[in-house]
Design a protein around this ligand. Structure first.
Ligand code: DGP
Length: 113
């Protein structure tokens, strides 16, 4: 998708710190980490958000969730981690390419909003 920041990262036009890649998924470190470990997991196929997830097939979608488990193991987040996907303006989504934040490496607040 033209003019999509994360599609440009996928294409290698913008550098990123890769932590995981497979046929359907790419994951890299967030440029503004909000926890000691803060990783973004994206589907390689462009869909804007969870609201448009019907644009992915089941394998593409499940691959994101399976990648999250693998990355959490790889990053040794054994005592836990949080997964967040902001969707739309009310959730302050700033990059309109579906992504899952993996946050870990410290205790999280009980409140999520
Ligand atoms: P969200 O607000 O949920 O749409 O999260 C977008 C995240 O993307 C935000 O935590 C910062 C991150 N981000 C924005 N631009 C870049 C970039 O150029 N490189 C990397 N690695 N992360 C970025």
């Amino acid at each position: 998708m033209e003019n999509c920041l994360f599609c440009k990262i996928l294409a290698g036009e913008i550098p990123s710190s890769k932590v995981y890649e497979d046929e359907f998924v790419y994951a890299f470190r967030d440029i503004h980490p909000q926890a000691p470990t803060h990783i973004l997991v994206i589907p390689k196929k462009h869909v804007a958000s969870m609201a448009e997830v019907d644009g992915l097939n089941d394998l593409e979608l499940a691959s994101c969730l399976r990648a999250i488990r693998l990355i959490a193991k790889q990053e040794k987040l054994d005592s836990g981690f949080r997964v967040v996907s902001n969707c739309g303006p009310d959730a302050c989504q700033s990059v309109p390419h579906l992504h899952f934040h993996i946050l870990g490496g410290r205790s999280m607040e009980e409140t999520m909003a």
